[in-house]
Design a binder for this molecule. Structure first.
Ligand SMILES: C[S@@+](CC[C@H](N)C(=O)[O-])C[C@H]1O[C@@H](n2cnc3c(N)ncnc32)[C@H](O)[C@@H]1O
Length: 236
């Protein structure tokens, strides 16, 4: 019997809802490395359509604040209510680069799946987010990236025709060096995620038009240079 929550989930719902490599699969793997107890309060920053929020609320019985910029809280509220999760997941419109509308020391953890790269690849984001995490709590991210650093203009030939700067893909070393600069956090985990390939394969089966265009890139062989980097930092 397959014990994966994601594999047993409503596949049609997931394919219709995902916005990139299967966020439920990534959230499930990520959660295996976190100490989660029922009733915890988690901020899912850059939650998109909230698939990762759903995983945390349903599998771990935690309260999730599902914050996103591009997907409206009204759309997410309807999705969560349809699943009977409106008392467990609370949708918010948040631009992480602007004011964060929560109380300090409010969250047991901040998680972010396939979105931190859009706003967090700079020295300002960790010090900005840390006040919202309880002491001893953590920030956990999963970001798509490259298996190594490529100097400017030297991307693998399979990647070059598709790459744009808006991907914000970096290596795990790059992310580690960035987070190491922040003294308020202790990096407790840095790894490449096992479910990267499967999460991408799920995404390529989605009817989302972006998945269709990503198919050409994966068919060209670009995927062998991709990974998904998981990093956890504990607030000191
Ligand atoms: C590729 S989607 C992934 C969404 C979801 N986490 C998932 O994996 O399916 C990237 C998400 O990052 C969010 N995002 C980008 N910039 C952001 C910002 N400044 N503040 C909050 N969210 C942001 C977008 O709203 C978008 O939903």
């Amino acid at each position: 019997m397959n014990t994966s929550f994601t594999d047993n989930y409503d596949r049609a719902f997931l394919l219709d809802t995902m916005m990139g490599p299967n966020a439920m699969r990534l959230a499930e793997e990520m959660a295996n490395f976190l100490s989660i107890t029922p009733g915890m309060r988690i901020l899912d920053l850059g939650c998109g359509t909230g698939i990762s929020s759903i995983l945390f609320a349903q599998k771990y019985d935690v309260t999730v604040f599902a914050a996103d910029l591009w997907v409206s809280p009204s759309e997410n509220a309807k999705r969560f209510a349809d699943l009977g999760l409106d008392a467990k997941i609370f949708p918010f419109l948040v631009d992480a680069t602007k004011e964060i509308p929560f109380a300090h020391e409010y969250f047991d953890m901040i998680i972010s799946v396939d979105s931190y790269q859009y706003f967090g690849g700079n020295e300002n984001m960790l010090p900005k987010l840390l006040p919202y995490v309880k002491k001893g709590g953590c920030i956990a991210i999963a970001v798509p990236g490259f298996i190594q650093d490529y100097p400017e203009g030297q991307l693998p030939k399979e990647v070059q025709p598709f790459w744009t700067p808006e991907w914000y893909f970096y290596s795990s070393r790059w992310w580690h060096e960035l987070w190491e600069k922040e003294s308020g956090i202790e990096i407790t985990l840095l790894r490449e995620m096992d479910s990267c390939k499967q999460a991408w394969e799920d995404w390529l089966q989605s009817p989302n038009p972006y998945a269709k265009s990503d198919m050409a890139m994966m068919d060209a062989g670009a995927g062998k240079y991709f990974n998904i980097i998981q990093m956890i930092g504990r607030k000191r």
